[in-house]
Design a protein around this ligand. Structure first.
Ligand SMILES: [Zn+2]
Length: 642
């Protein structure tokens, strides 16, 4: 059999904290994509796992008075336990403390070292121990790490560096000549724009005097390798690079699923590492956005983590999977609130899917005691009663969207078909047909088409809601085994439910959640919601009095006596203006030259610290500092902002 092969991965999750919603989403998205690929007839292999080395693990273990290994064992187990709860069917769970993984990391390091792309050099810089990274001065806020609020320490040390710069042009060309290598396209643009700047070589080691919890460099035992050369290699060590059967079978037909915060390591370091090691480049990186909980990014360091296990316990695994896939446009950020989950369950699952399922099968019970009667092809044709074409449209729309990881669109194609089933019932009024014996064959035909419609729906929802798919198929007497599904090829032909099949009255698929009775059940530890009292309402005419324009900052300088103010020269197209802005604590003059801003152009002139200000630029307070508003694309200065 000549099946196509596809390898799917999640990132390996760092074991410095328990799994949260973000991890659950990446894993579910990769699982949905894998199951869909199987429906397309591909042989798949799905890898997930944990990343277990580094300073943070040592620190976390110290806090709990345990060893790094014991600590890693414990947290890794939490990630492993989560998978069956989310109904994720991975083929392997890799841990970077596995001896096989360590051996392969060493082999690749040696290979690249021997070829001359790893070199020894000294480096001096400001290091934040919390972040495990060096900072540029300009990245600091008031001299402190923006994440940890502590001053980084000046460190000088010799380390090993990976010569990434050498491969910069190659990578740009590789991305440009392989459309879809990084998707959705906005992330390809982001990487290419990053690559317009000279690429720095990557520090890949830490001296053992500072860190011992890592893989010893094969060419210098005084050092361990650091982060990415360890973590990224998991994708091929898991497959048994270089000679393993899995590696030969699946590599490089790979789709890596990652969140947007690790796009650089995956879109830049990883392909260059592969290139330098003489390994074929993986063929796809799929990047998704963040879940915001009450408007703040889901992240372990902020402490607003929502526990996916809790959500699953309260609402069920299929509704949770459905919600995540339906609510987020893959690639963009989305909001997570309990209200939205409840409303999706009630409207999409209970009302649409659950209702159409029980409505159709109840009628079949009432009129035919549950027996499938079959369609009368003559009547079907005459009265245009076939739903075959609508089903095919749904299958096609679903397939196209899912193959591009547009999960929300794939789901929407199924739900459009569900809405067609409901309309079909309303138009054909089976209850009216049932009153007239002469319409018996028409009624049989109508119900047969509806039941066939349910069959198609039950097959299409499989990647997103495998349990619901199975449960519908059991009711329809078409389930294969506990763990199987219908391929697109198998499910497509119309008319597969056999005449004479006895279908029992169905249980409710999704009980409605009574919104009056529920109180928030999922503890959401969010950062304090920011709800300033709104000012008095204004009319559109009031608003129109403010002349907002796009402006480009062409000059910026500090104002002597002030640590808050910057004096800016702003290009407004037809003229330039001097504007005094209180942003000196956030931005240095070099930071903002060339930046595009929104200017209040008809504000009365004012004098600040002896300087005339001819307008104002818009900014918002974030963590006690002002952040400038702007645009996500370049705009001609002087354009009105509406
Ligand atoms: Zn830090």
């Amino acid at each position: 059999m000549n099946t196509k092969k596809q390898f799917f991965t999640t990132p390996i999750y760092y074991v410095n904290a328990k799994p949260h919603l973000g991890h659950a989403y990446t894993s579910i998205a990769a699982d949905v994509a894998t199951r869909f690929k199987q429906m397309e007839g591909h042989e798949t292999y799905f890898l997930t796992g944990t990343d277990e080395h580094g300073d943070k693990i040592v620190q976390a273990a110290d806090k709990q008075k345990t060893t790094p290994k014991e600590y890693a064992d414990k947290i890794s187990q939490l990630f492993q336990d989560l998978l069956p709860l989310l109904n994720i069917k991975n083929n392997q769970f890799i841990r970077t403390t596995n001896p096989d993984h360590i051996r392969i990391v060493e082999a690749i390091l040696s290979k690249i070292y021997d070829s001359g792309d790893i070199y020894f050099s000294s480096y001096e810089g400001l290091y934040c121990f919390g972040c495990e990274r060096f900072y540029q001065e300009r990245e600091l806020v008031n001299g402190k790490c923006p994440d940890h609020g502590v001053e980084p320490q000046a460190i000088k040390e010799s380390n090993y560096f990976f010569r990434m710069s050498k491969y910069q042009d190659w990578l740009i060309n590789h991305i440009k000549t392989n459309p879809g290598f990084i998707s959705p396209v906005q992330y390809e643009t982001e990487i290419l724009s990053f690559l317009k700047e000279p690429l720095e070589d990557l520090c890949i080691s830490r001296p053992k005097t500072r860190l011992t919890w890592g893989i010893t460099l094969p060419f210098d035992e005084k050092y361990v390798t650091y982060v990415w050369f360890d973590a990224l290699v998991n994708y091929i060590s898991a497959l048994g690079y270089p000679d393993g059967d899995l590696f030969k079978k699946f590599w490089p037909n790979t789709r890596h699923f990652v969140a947007k915060d690790i796009i650089k390591p995956h879109g830049i370091y990883w392909p260059i590492m592969l290139k330098a090691a003489g390994i074929e480049i993986y063929n796809g990186l799929n990047v998704h956005g963040f879940w915001n909980v009450q408007g703040s990014k889901m992240s372990k360091s902020v402490g607003n983590v929502t526990d996916p296990i809790k959500v699953t316990e309260v609402y069920g695994v299929d509704p949770f999977r459905y919600f995540l896939m339906r609510e987020m446009v893959f690639g963009l950020d989305a909001n997570f609130t309990e209200d939205t989950i409840v409303s999706r369950i009630n409207s999409d699952l209970a009302n649409d899917l659950g209702n159409v399922f029980s409505r159709i099968l109840s009628m079949n019970q009432r009129y035919f005691k549950g027996e499938v009667k079959g369609a009368d092809t003559k009547i079907e044709k005459e009265r245009n009663l076939s739903l075959a074409l609508d089903a095919q449209t749904a299958i096609d729309g679903f397939t196209k969207a899912m193959s591009q990881c547009e999960f929300h669109k794939g789901i929407s194609a199924i739900w459009q078909f569900i809405s067609i089933l409901n309309k079909y019932i309303d138009t054909n009024e089976p209850w009216a047909l049932a009153k007239d014996d002469a319409s018996a064959a028409t009624l049989e035909t109508v119900l047969y088409n509806l039941i066939e419609g349910l069959r198609v729906v039950s097959c299409l929802i499989y990647p997103i809601m495998p349990q619901t798919s199975l449960s519908m198929q059991k009711t329809l007497c078409m389930a294969k085994t506990e763990d199987s599904f219908y391929t697109l090829e198998e499910l497509s032909p119309w008319g597969q439910i056999k005449k004479g099949t006895l279908i029992a009255k169905p249980d409710s698929l999704f009980p409605r959640i009574d919104t009056d009775k529920i109180k928030p059940k999922i503890p959401v530890k969010a950062s304090k919601p920011f709800k300033p009292a709104l000012k008095d309402e204004i009319t559109i005419d009031d608003f129109a009095k403010i002349d907002l324009r796009t402006g480009t900052i062409i000059k910026a300088e500090k104002i002597e006596k002030s640590d808050k103010l910057l004096k800016l020269l702003v290009d407004l197209g037809a003229e330039t203006r001097h504007i005094i802005a209180g942003i000196a604590k956030t931005y240095t003059p070099e930071d903002i030259i060339g930046k595009q801003v929104i200017v209040v152009a008809n504000l009365k002139e004012a004098t600040l610290m002896g300087e005339v200000s001819q307008g104002m630029i818009l900014a918002a307070t974030h963590k006690k500092r002002l952040v400038l508003s702007g645009f996500d694309t370049e705009i001609v200065p002087g354009n009105p902002v509406k």
